[in-house]
Ligand binder design. Structure first.
Ligand SMILES: Cc1cc2nc3c(=O)[nH]c(=O)nc-3n(C[C@H](O)[C@H](O)[C@H](O)COP(=O)(O)OP(=O)(O)OC[C@H]3O[C@@H](n4cnc5c(N)ncnc54)[C@H](O)[C@@H]3O)c2cc1C
Length: 462
């Protein structure tokens, strides 16, 4: 980009937002070169911190006048390169728009700015008897705007659904800088544009405000830690439980590699020789939960579970969830860099895909460990590597691609919750026929006419 364009862009951004809300020094911009997907990097020309929808709209208009790309960014926990500033341009940070504007328990909704953290809302709702159901494992860091943009899931997606099931309305800034309010709160009839925008990864609009559905807390829980000697028996147990007609709130799997890392980091007391651990949670009215739990225990035993432990207190339950949610933090014990994949297969194909993950890792000489939202058939193979070793990075990319192609071959998809970003854009042609992709490009052109919002993401060029 011409230096004169960049200088004019920065001058105009500073004039409208104030110098303190615009970063442009090389040393400051380095932080925004990538997100949780660190294999691809590119530096933006400026990073801005708007504090209102009007300011976001002004930034988009200034970027349009200078013909530069605009990338929305929440906490930057994307694992698919959604925040990568391809072609430079402006990164719009939503993190200073972090007010919870309204909690309306009577109507079971809350209104939040896009930069509100998922955990911030959870804490604000504590004690009200309600919660916001999407609970990504990154919930301590990720924003609700980011959850909307990626249609995030989490451990409890199995029973409660993904983010789109919990969004009632949105305020967004479109690609031409105009502001639009959407959803049943505003206009109960017409096309379901809300469904189009949720999961669009910043390529159609920048989300500034969200009306979220609040879900009543379950009356009671039964939370189990089940230890297995093989991955096959753990994943067969998952399939059998659903096959029995039981829908747990969550069924999370961790393999031996993750268990080892967790033990080294936190000493939770997991047996190091276990091949797999399932964390299974049942919730709902107290009456009937014990019967369901007994059925689940019986199925796990039938599949050869070595040990079943039930959380006896709320603290023990919290500790079990802490183990699961600390898994990513423990990965640093295993490797300096890692790439978390996000494939999904029909649940009955879980044993197959977990076996293939091991084989593919071996074939590409890449160490792979696994966490999975197993109840959804959503696998997260974590590929461990050293990013300074370019040849190894190459093998990691090839192994990642092979894993996702295997998911497609199983009748699944290349993403369940992390999104396409830049990482999986080439695989979109394996999932969709060209006319389908073309239809999606038309939708993008309608909302993002110049194509400057999130260019190079989600939809491959024809
Ligand atoms: C340890 C770890 C665990 C994770 N676990 C889960 C999990 O269980 N479930 C899950 O679904 N994901 C998970 N993720 C992925 C990630 O946390 C989610 O995708 C999350 O929703 C991203 O939120 P964010 O605020 O970090 O968004 P960012 O990473 O900042 O952005 C993600 C994408 O959304 C766009 N975007 C962000 N904000 C906006 C906005 N306001 N308007 C328009 N576009 C926007 C960005 O351009 C980008 O394309 C995990 C990530 C990590 C690192």
């Amino acid at each position: 980009m011409a230096v004169s364009v960049v200088l004019s862009l920065i001058k105009e951004l500073r004039r409208t937002l104030g110098r303190e809300n615009v970063l442009s020094a090389h040393s400051e911009l380095v932080v925004y070169e990538c997100d949780g997907y660190t294999i691809e990097k590119n530096r933006p020309d400026a990073v801005v911190f708007p504090q209102s929808t009007e300011q976001v709209a002004t930034v988009v208009r200034i970027a349009n006048e200078h013909n530069v790309p605009v990338v929305a960014r929440g906490a930057g926990t994307s694992l698919a390169g959604g925040c990568l500033p391809l072609g430079g341009g402006v990164v719009v940070m939503l993190t200073r728009m972090r007010r919870i504007l309204q909690v309306d328990l009577r109507n079971r909704l809350a209104v939040v700015e896009a930069g509100v953290l998922n955990l911030q809302l959870a804490r604000a709702l504590a004690g009200t008897g309600y919660h916001f159901a999407p609970d990504p494992s990154s919930q301590g860091a990720c924003t609700i705007g980011g959850n909307v943009a990626t249609n995030a899931g989490g451990p409890h997606t199995l029973k409660y659904g993904v983010t789109v099931n919990h969004v009632l309305g949105l305020e967004v800034v479109l690609g031409d800088g105009s502001v639009l309010a959407l959803g049943p709160v505003h206009n109960p009839a017409g096309l379901d544009l809300l469904g189009v925008l949720v999961g669009s990864e910043g390529t159609l609009a920048i989300v500034t405000k969200i009306w979220v559905r609040l879900t009543p807390n379950p009356q009671d829980y039964r939370t189990l830690r089940v230890i297995f000697d093989t991955l096959d028996s753990a994943s067969n147990a998952v399939s059998d439980i659903i096959g029995e007609g039981i829908i747990p709130a969550a069924m999370e799997l961790m393999d031996r590699g993750i268990i080892g890392a967790l033990e080294e980091a936190y000493q939770f007391g997991f047996p190091l020789d276990a091949e797999a651990i399932l964390v299974i949670e049942l919730d709902g009215p107290s009456a009937g939960l014990d019967r369901q739990k007994e059925q689940v225990v019986e199925i796990c035993r039938r599949q050869g579970a070595r040990e079943v432990l039930q959380a006896a207190t709320a603290q023990e339950r919290q500790m079990l969830w802490k183990c699961r949610k600390a898994a990513a933090g423990a990965l640093g014990r295993l490797s300096s860099s890692y790439c978390t994949q996000d494939g999904v297969v029909p649940r009955t194909r879980l044993p197959h895909i977990l076996r293939r993950i091991v084989e593919i890792g071996r074939a590409h000489r890449v160490r792979v460990v696994n966490v999975a939202h197993a109840g959804d058939g959503n696998v997260h193979p974590v590929l461990l590597f050293d990013e300074r070793d370019k040849e190894e990075v190459h093998r990691v990319l090839a192994a990642g691609r092979a894993l996702l192609e295997e998911c497609i071959a199983c009748g699944g998809s290349v993403t369940a919750e992390h999104g396409i970003g830049v990482e999986k854009i080439e695989l979109m042609t394996s999932l969709f026929a060209e006319p389908d992709l073309e239809a999606m490009r038309h939708v993008r052109s309608a909302m993002n006419p110049g194509g400057r919002l999130g260019p190079g993401k989600v939809l491959p060029s024809p």
